[in-house]
Every structure is written in C-alpha cells, then in structure tokens.
Write a protein that binds this ligand. Structure first.
Ligand SMILES: *[C@@H]1O[C@H](CO)[C@@H](O)[C@H](O)[C@H]1NC(C)=O
Ligand SMILES: *[C@@H]1O[C@H](CO)[C@@H](O)[C@H](O)[C@H]1NC(C)=O
Ligand SMILES: *[C@@H]1O[C@H](CO)[C@@H](O)[C@H](O)[C@H]1NC(C)=O
Ligand SMILES: *[C@@H]1O[C@H](CO)[C@@H](O)[C@H](O)[C@H]1NC(C)=O
Ligand SMILES: *[C@@H]1O[C@H](CO)[C@@H](O)[C@H](O)[C@H]1NC(C)=O
Length: 231
C-alpha cells in the first residue's frame, strides 16, 4: 500500500520536474543580449527608411562597452549623461582592454551614449535613453556609417548604453585578437557576440535561484527513489 502511494508520488514529482525544466529552457531564452537587441532595433529602423543595414562588429561593440563603463556613475538626476573621456582613451585604453588589434582600428563616425536610473528593456532604452534628440536621430540615419557596435552596462543605480558607428571597411576593422575572441570582458554586454552577458542584471539572479531550487528538488526526488528502493 505504502509502495503504491510512493509510486504515485514519484510520477507526480516527475511531472513537476519536467515543467520546471521547461520553465528553465523558456526563461533562458529571455536571457538574451540587450546590446544585440539594440543593433536589431537600429537596423530595423534603418531598413524602414530604406537605408543599408549596419554590420554588427564585436570589436566596436567591446569598445562601446568600455566607453559605457567609463561613464558609469555619471548619470545626472534628469537622466542625461555627463561624460567626456579623453579621445586618446579609444586607442590607449579601450582597444587594448578589448584585445582589438591596433592597426585595424577604424574611423569612428558617430557616438550616442545614454543612461537611466533604472533598469530598461532594449526598446525602452532605444527611445528613452539613446534617441532623445535630433542629433542622435540624424546619427541613426546617416548614410555613411557601415558598422555598429553597442555596449550595455547595468549597475545597481542604473543602466548605461553606448552606440558607436564606424564608416570603416567591413570585417577588416576593429578586429579582435585570438581569432575574434579578444580579451574576455568581465562585466556588461556588447554586441556582435553570442556569448551571454556577464552583467549582474535582475534576471540573472532569479535564474540563479531557480537553479538552486531545481538542484534541491532533484536531490529530494533522488532521495525519495532511493528510499523506496530500499523498502
Ligand atoms: C526610428 O526611430 C525614431 C526614434 O525613436 C522614430 O522617431 C522613428 O519613427 C523610427 N522610424 C521608423 C521608420 O520606425
Ligand atoms: C538636465 O541636467 C543637466 C545638468 O544637470 C542640465 O544642464 C539640463 O538643463 C537638464 N535638462 C533638463 C531638461 O532639465
Ligand atoms: C564624470 O563626472 C565627473 C564629475 O562631474 C567628472 O570629473 C569626470 O570627468 C566624468 N567622467 C568622464 C569619463 O567624463
Ligand atoms: C554623416 O556622418 C558623416 C561622418 O561623421 C558626416 O561627415 C556627415 O555630415 C553626416 N551626415 C549627415 C547628414 O548628418
Ligand atoms: C564580411 O562581411 C560580410 C557582410 O557582413 C559577410 O557576409 C562575410 O561573411 C564577412 N566575411 C568574413 C570573412 O567574416
């Protein structure tokens, strides 16, 4: 009798476990790269204006992330950004930090930087933090750009977004060392890569707790199986 009940319980647990796993798969899909999302949004906006799509460059994206990181903490109370790193930082700090091969450093033809004192979804960031005036709107639809790179960094106090445009040759500019791997970034997200972001966003922590929960659940399940086998 006790064994039959155990068996029922066992199947119930399998059903719960499977739905949990399904949930994990679904939620991991939402853990995308917001920097790549911004590139998609900008390219869609350009396509609908009959402009050429921009090439998503990981080297340029990593430099954009470095720029955003430098601006961290300089978001004003009205969500404007006060940030002017020295021009030389591009070649002397950002490129080496990313592992961008210096001879391939191209021409940067546009820069948009924005911030907000709260977490933003990519679409909100595009309209609320990045494209807020005529200047950024004209950069967005400039015909001379060929490449784009986006960097995003989130802190507890807000999110920082940087978009860089370049009018260099495709593929041959902002080349990353080590067969395109560059130097591994420890924080934030940049466009042009498939590696997940390493920012400590809200979602990542929730997924982390989710996995802990899953491991506990598996442990309980296995100990139950073991218990009934012994009986
Ligand atoms: C492109 O983005 C700008 C800024 O958000 C917006 O005003 C404009 O309507 C968009 N254009 C298209 C064609 O979606
Ligand atoms: C936002 O803040 C900056 C600097 O504090 C100031 O120059 C600017 O006028 C403010 N803009 C608005 C719309 O309040
Ligand atoms: C950030 O703001 C501080 C204070 O206004 C300023 O001294 C610093 O240069 C700013 N950082 C950058 C990278 O512009
Ligand atoms: C487009 O960008 C290029 C390079 O930065 C600049 O020289 C040109 O004036 C821009 N064109 C428009 C229409 O803003
Ligand atoms: C160069 O860029 C073009 C256009 O984005 C792409 O189709 C092609 O595969 C790239 N070539 C290399 C070697 O990455």
């Amino acid at each position: 009798m006790g064994f039959m009940m155990g068996k029922k319980l066992f199947w119930l647990q399998w059903i719960v476990l499977c739905s949990l796993l399904l949930g994990a798969v679904v939620s991991s899909k939402h853990l995308g790269n917001p920097a790549n999302d911004i590139v998609d949004i900008i390219n869609k906006n350009r396509t609908s204006q009959r402009l050429k799509q921009l090439n998503n460059s990981p080297g340029l994206g990593c430099i954009a992330l470095q720029f955003a990181e430098e601006c961290k903490g300089n978001c004003t109370t009205n969500n404007t950004i006060n940030c002017h790193p020295p021009e030389d930082d591009f070649t002397e700090v950002f490129a080496p930090n990313c592992g961008v091969e210096l001879p391939t450093f191209g021409t940067i033809s546009g820069l948009i930087v924005g911030c907000q004192h709260k977490y933003l979804e990519p679409l909100e960031a595009f309209s609320q933090a990045l494209v807020r005036d005529k200047k950024s709107l004209s950069l967005l639809s400039n015909k001379t750009h060929t490449e784009i790179g986006v960097g995003v960094i989130r802190t507890r106090k807000g999110s920082y977004w940087c978009v860089l445009f370049s009018m260099s040759e495709r593929n041959t500019s902002f080349v990353l060392e080590d067969l395109g791997q560059g130097i591994k970034q420890k924080k934030g997200c940049f466009s042009g890569t498939s590696t997940p972001c390493s920012s400590s966003g809200k979602r990542k922590t929730s997924v982390f707790f989710y996995y802990i929960f899953l491991v506990c659940f598996l442990y309980m399940l296995l100990s139950q199986v073991f218990y009934f086998n012994v009986l």
